[in-house]
Design a protein around this ligand. Structure first.
Ligand code: F3S
Length: 419
């Protein structure tokens, strides 16, 4: 690894022993991936994936204390993934007890985050790049993030540059102000080794299209053609929300950190098919392929015929336009819910939404609006046994939640049946 003078000084302890260790860790991490140099983090904000104060994560809290005591604080303010707890979520006595035990360090951990550089107490969301939240990177900026749904969005839709880092490493990058230069930070690493040809007869469900792409290309970069005929050529609110959900599915069902969409995403608009490697493989996605992929999802409920008890919509967190659209769709069905429905969005998005005329309309339907992370809610033996349905392919992948398309979810929560 070639280091410049300032980087070498940090490594040698000129700015303290703790920061030297942080830098050494980043350099070793970069060397493991063949990085030849470190480059400055140029975004205004960082983003941390570890948002939960699990009692068992003692080494993390000890590490945070060491960083704080050693003065190795984040050089940039950062947002954090959503909290695992929220008082508006209905829980029974045993769930409440379990959450208290599991997340016994939540309050202490949040105090540590404040000391390290948390943007503000409302900055707990995976969609930190929403305008309302205020941690939106510019095209070409170098980031140190880890949350897979945020990394793929920043790279693909915003044209920023970030690797799929691990948790804690991303914090170290924000502290040192440098990240190793490899992978998705480089021009070469941003070229597509897959050409995806969308040939469907209707607009593909974002969550299934992303899933199909993720499972096929795994960690490679896909260049998607044929999609702008369904989405148009403008990155408006609805299209950004679609790409957010498609990307999160590709990042969790596979390990996609960047995709290009012909005529739509910034680098594809700029460079077109020059982004596709000469030996790129091709994957054609038609109606039958999407159906095949959807049918391949297992239902891991003990009783697959169980009646769902809860529905989560908003993983990743919903945008303002998605909240408005769900309000209208629920109203078009009479607005009565058959099962409890939780919709999740960033606290700052909820704040703006609550000032609109849509807020009382959504509330009237009985939907609970929250900023919790549904995955954190589900990842325990008590909630994991519950029959939960969702329109999120990420939540399906990491928990026992059962996936349904948006239309199926709408049917289920308003009529009690999928069809
Ligand atoms: Fe966000 Fe939690 Fe889903 S971090 S993407 S709501 S798993």
């Amino acid at each position: 690894m070639k280091l410049d003078g300032a980087q070498r000084e940090i490594m040698e302890g000129a700015r303290g022993e703790t920061l030297a260790k942080v830098m050494k860790t980043l350099v070793s991490y970069g060397e493991a991936f063949g990085a030849e140099k470190m480059v400055p983090v140029t975004s205004k904000g960082g983003h941390l994936v570890t948002s939960f104060g699990l009692g068992v994560m003692k080494p993390v809290y000890a590490l945070m204390d060491t960083l704080i005591e050693g003065g190795a604080l984040s050089a940039q303010p950062f947002s954090v993934d959503p909290r695992p707890l929220a008082k508006e979520i209905p829980v029974n006595f045993f769930q409440n007890l379990l959450f208290k035990i599991m997340y016994s360090k939540q309050a202490d951990y949040e105090k540590q985050l404040e000391k390290l550089g948390l943007m503000n107490p409302k900055a707990f969301t995976c969609t930190c790049y929403m305008d309302e939240v205020g941690n939106k990177p510019e095209k070409g900026e170098v980031l140190s993030w880890a949350e897979s749904s945020a990394v793929v969005y920043a790279n693909s839709v915003l044209g920023a540059r970030c690797n799929r880092n691990s948790g804690i490493i991303e914090l170290f990058g924000s502290i040192a102000g440098y990240v190793p230069y490899f992978g998705l930070l480089t021009d070469e690493g941003r070229k597509a080794s897959w050409k995806i040809v969308v040939k469907t007869t209707r607009k593909p469900e974002a969550q299934i299209l992303g899933s199909a792409i993720g499972m096929k290309v795994v960690e490679d970069v896909p260049y998607i053609t044929g999609l702008s005929s369904w989405l148009g050529n403008e990155l408006n609110d609805d299209v950004r929300s679609y790409l957010k959900d498609m990307g999160a599915a590709a990042a969790s069902n596979g390990a996609v950190g960047l995709y290009h969409v012909e005529n739509l995403t910034p680098e594809a608009v700029e460079r077109g098919s020059a982004l596709i490697q000469k030996d790129a493989r091709e994957y054609v996605i038609d109606d039958a392929e999407l159906e095949r992929v959807k049918k391949s999802y297992p239902c891991i409920w003990k009783n697959p015929d169980a009646k769902p008890k809860l529905c989560f919509i908003g993983c990743p967190h919903l945008s303002l336009s998605q909240l408005q659209s769900w309000t209208e769709r629920l109203e078009s069905r009479g607005g009565k819910l058959k099962i409890p429905v939780i919709m999740t969005c960033a606290p700052a998005v909820a704040e703006v939404f609550n000032k609109t005329a849509y807020a009382p309309r959504l509330k009237k339907t009985g939907v609970i609006l929250s900023s919790i992370c549904p995955l954190m809610y589900m990842n325990n033996p008590l909630c994991g046994k519950m029959p939960v349905i969702t329109n999120s392919n990420k939540l399906r992948t990491y928990t026992s939640a059962r996936y349904y398309t948006d239309d199926e979810i709408l049917n289920y929560i308003t009529t009690g049946a999928v069809q």
